[in-house]
Design a protein around this ligand. Structure first.
Ligand SMILES: Cc1cc2nc3c(=O)[nH]c(=O)nc-3n(C[C@H](O)[C@H](O)[C@H](O)COP(=O)(O)OP(=O)(O)OC[C@H]3O[C@@H](n4cnc5c(N)ncnc54)[C@H](O)[C@@H]3O)c2cc1C
Length: 334
């Protein structure tokens, strides 16, 4: 690991004063320290924000939910209002990683964690995402069983944030603060696909810090669910995860938002699935049709074709769970 300076901040202003081209924010430190120990990043200065108390806390108001970026995944998953009105978010936070990780991992760090791809996360490969000279994505010809099945032409990494899935489905917004002031970015514009930039995965600029995440209040009749499927029952990243938000009138679906994690390099809306569900009665047949539609645009690689089937199962079951027609799937993990 490289030598680095370590600065402890207590306020947002102190943090902003420390941020510069050589500085990296540290929240729970789970992903950042992994990357440093593996030699993938070598920041000269770590700015620890864990003691910035104003960045903690979950506030439920009539207009929505305001979550401090230092709120841990555990705190989000057990919060009564999140469980009651934002079930998909509580489920996603509560089924990420392990209890130990969830106690340390913060929401800000979770949506900002770097992508999963063993070519990116190993110093043995000159992946173009790390500035390497290799023209093609190593996963195209190499080991690609965990990689993206959609939009994988430029780079086949996946972004593993479980919480980003419901946050995108719920139209959440991220507040960014810098010395220049504040700006708000919708989750739909937060992640940058590899065709736009291979280096930046989000729109967060150097000198900016996430100071709040806002989730608008669900309209009457809204129900939501999230499920994650993987190889191990715990201590594992998703192979397929889905978040579904339905605005229902009885069994009739007035509006649907279906979001897939780890299908593409960034969390993505499955608009074809949403079109199948909207205006229909939700039952097993519509859920299955939506799941199938979502995978029409898949372009699986040599070893990850199984993920398209896994996604269909994830979408089918999460739609039925959101509609109240199925219990949480016992084979879902976390
Ligand atoms: C075994 C294992 C399994 C896992 N499974 C899952 C899973 O199923 N789902 C899932 O989502 N994750 C999973 N993870 C990843 C884990 O949840 C993340 O590493 C963690 O959420 C990162 O949060 P952190 O607070 O530790 O972030 P840090 O490591 O401190 O930071 C991560 C990044 O975010 C930036 N950052 C942090 N806070 C801010 C802020 N307020 N403003 C701007 N930038 C900021 C940092 O600069 C850094 O670049 C798993 C991890 C392990 C070890």
């Amino acid at each position: 690991m490289n030598k680095f300076a370590y600065v402890d901040c207590k306020t947002v202003d102190e943090t902003l004063a420390q941020l510069g081209p050589d500085a990296t924010i540290k929240a729970g430190g789970i992903d950042l320290l992994d990357l440093m120990k593996d030699g993938i990043v070598a920041p000269p200065k770590l700015v620890n924000i864990r003691n910035v108390s104003s960045l903690r806390g979950i506030t439920a108001a009539p207009d929505g939910l305001r979550i401090g970026p230092l709120s841990t995944l555990t705190e989000i998953s057990v919060h009564p209002e999140v469980q009651l009105r934002y079930a998909a978010l509580s489920d996603a936070a509560g089924h990420a990683a392990t209890p130990q990780v969830r106690n340390m991992a913060t929401l800000g760090g979770n949506i900002m964690q770097r992508p999963r791809c063993w070519y990116f996360r190993s110093t043995d490969f000159d992946c173009k995402k790390k500035g390497g000279t290799s023209q093609d994505c190593h996963a195209h010809e190499g080991e690609n069983q965990y990689h993206a099945v959609i939009n994988n032409g430029t780079c086949a990494m996946v972004h593993p944030s479980s919480t980003a899935v419901p946050l995108l489905a719920m139209n959440a917004e991220v507040e960014l603060t810098s010395k220049r002031g504040k700006r708000t970015v919708p989750m739909s514009g937060f992640y940058v696909p590899p065709e736009k930039s291979l280096i930046n995965e989000t729109v967060v600029q150097p000198g900016e810090i996430i100071t709040s995440i806002f989730v608008p209040a669900p309209e009457p009749g809204t129900r939501s669910a999230y499920q994650k499927y993987g190889e191990k029952e715990s201590f594992d990243w998703p192979l397929a995860d889905a978040g579904v938000v339905l605005v229902m009138a009885g069994q009739h679906c007035r509006q649907a938002r279906v979001v897939l994690g780890v299908a593409a390099p960034t969390p993505m809306r499955a608009t074809a699935a949403e079109a199948v569900l909207t205006g229909k009665t939700i039952d097993e047949a519509t859920a299955r049709a939506a799941a199938k539609a979502a995978m029409q645009e898949a372009t699986p690689l040599s070893q990850n074709g199984y993920k398209t089937q896994l996604f269909q199962t994830a979408i089918y079951r999460t739609v039925l769970l959101a509609a109240g027609q199925m219990q949480r799937d016992p084979s879902a993990i976390g």
